[in-house]
Design a binder for this molecule. Structure first.
Ligand SMILES: Cc1cc2nc3c(=O)[nH]c(=O)nc-3n(C[C@H](O)[C@H](O)[C@H](O)COP(=O)(O)OP(=O)(O)OC[C@H]3O[C@@H](n4cnc5c(N)ncnc54)[C@H](O)[C@@H]3O)c2cc1C
Length: 354
């Protein structure tokens, strides 16, 4: 059997690419290692309105704001005025997206973990031939490895579900290098709260257990996962990466669904011209992802003392944060703040960074 595109991995990136390409009339084969789509879930499921506009299935809660707990214990409330984000059921989200792609004509091969891709004048995967390959096979992408598309680093993440008394419409974020070195911990309100953390450290269970003890919570169905840090090469002539496989995740928050869906749509727009996909993506969403990497590096350099000082800047600029805050483009609000007080915050930033 010969297909135009073989897509490895049926997460949001793979299924959105399959949907868009099938709609354009291409023949698409999607390979997924698991026997069903969307499981196991390794995600907090917090997404923006941009995501919901692209695929609006599986919404279970609306988020109006965030309570940010700084290392010294100070709590700052952001938002509260309107819906800023949504909590989704990732299983429903992924499965319904795959169903749409199937309805558009994409053919899914489930329970097929791809280990080998042969390259002749076409590609060959388990007896199926394709003209182009899309690697949407998550952080440990075999496609990236097979076609030498670069190495990236990772944060380690862990999450469980538990009963925890939080305000329905607010996520709670804990910034502290004692709790989650190099990243943060979260509590996301849903029918069962999603409690988790990510860190640069390897012994994640130790940090997770300490965090659960600190907030006096118990969780079940614990899953661990990787959050990419850094971007891989996005494309060569006939092979492209999308989503976590490409490292398309915000290093500030670990959120990757928006970046993955945007990658898939841009890819489909430039089907058969993958280099144009890379170009367009890197002047748009990719640019923001690079900014997020820079912000993360600064946050990780300043340590807890620096983070405590940022609490003051956040409080002083709540109005701007509520107006310009966009979870998919965190650099926008930083620019707005700097635009209004360039000297004051440049001096403060220099002091914080040291
Ligand atoms: C704990 C945690 C919490 C997160 N919370 C959020 C959040 O709140 N909001 C947000 O936007 N993002 C979040 N993310 C990130 C988000 O989950 C990812 O960015 C998103 O899933 C990327 O989608 P994807 O399609 O690129 O990859 P994935 O969803 O990882 O899908 C890849 C698919 O490829 C399959 N696969 C892998 N290898 C093979 C192979 N060799 N053969 C066949 N199939 C294969 C996998 O089984 C999987 O189904 C979180 C991540 C973690 C770890």
């Amino acid at each position: 059997m010969m297909f135009d595109f073989a897509i490895i991995g049926a997460g949001p990136a793979g299924s959105m690419a399959a949907l868009q390409l099938a709609k354009l009339g291409y023949s698409v084969a999607v390979f997924e290692e698991h026997p069903s789509i969307g499981k196991p879930v390794r995600c907090a499921g917090l997404v923006s309105e941009h995501v919901i506009k692209m695929h609006n299935e599986g919404i279970i809660n609306e988020i109006k704001g965030a309570v940010v707990v700084f290392p010294d214990g100070k709590e700052v409330v952001i938002g509260g005025d309107k819906t800023h984000a949504f909590v989704i059921d990732r299983y429903i989200f992924d499965a319904s997206l795959a169903e749409k792609a199937m309805a558009a004509g994409a053919q899914y091969f489930l329970g097929r973990k791809i280990k080998k891709i042969l390259e002749r004048e076409y590609f060959e995967i388990e007896g199926i031939k394709a003209r182009y390959i899309i690697g949407s096979d998550g952080p440990n992408s075999m496609v990236a490895e097979r076609f030498n598309m670069g190495k990236i680093k990772f944060f380690n993440a862990i999450q469980g579900y538990g009963r925890y008394d939080v305000d329905e419409g607010f996520v709670k974020i804990f910034l502290s290098n004692e709790i989650a070195p190099g990243f943060f911990a979260w509590i996301i309100p849903a029918e069962r709260a999603r409690i988790g953390l990510a860190t640069v450290k390897k012994n994640i269970r130790f940090y997770f257990n300490s965090f659960l003890k600190k907030i006096d919570a118990e969780v079940e169905e614990i899953t661990a996962g990787l959050i990419p840090f850094g971007l891989r090469k996005l494309a060569s002539k006939k092979v492209a990466l999308a989503g976590d496989a490409a490292g398309q995740v915000k290093a500030t928050s670990g959120g990757g669904i928006y970046a993955a869906l945007m990658a898939a749509s841009t890819l489909a727009k430039h089907a058969e011209n993958f280099r144009e996909y890379e170009k367009e993506y890197m002047v748009g969403v990719g640019k923001e992802l690079k900014r997020c990497i820079l912000i993360r590096k600064v946050l990780n350099k300043i340590g807890d003392r620096g983070l405590n000082k940022i609490a003051g800047i956040v409080e002083e600029n709540i109005g701007l944060i509520n107006k310009y805050g966009d979870i998919d483009y965190p650099s926008i609000v930083i620019k707005e703040i700097l635009k209004r007080h360039p000297l004051k915050y440049t001096i403060q930033a220099m002091r914080i960074v040291g």
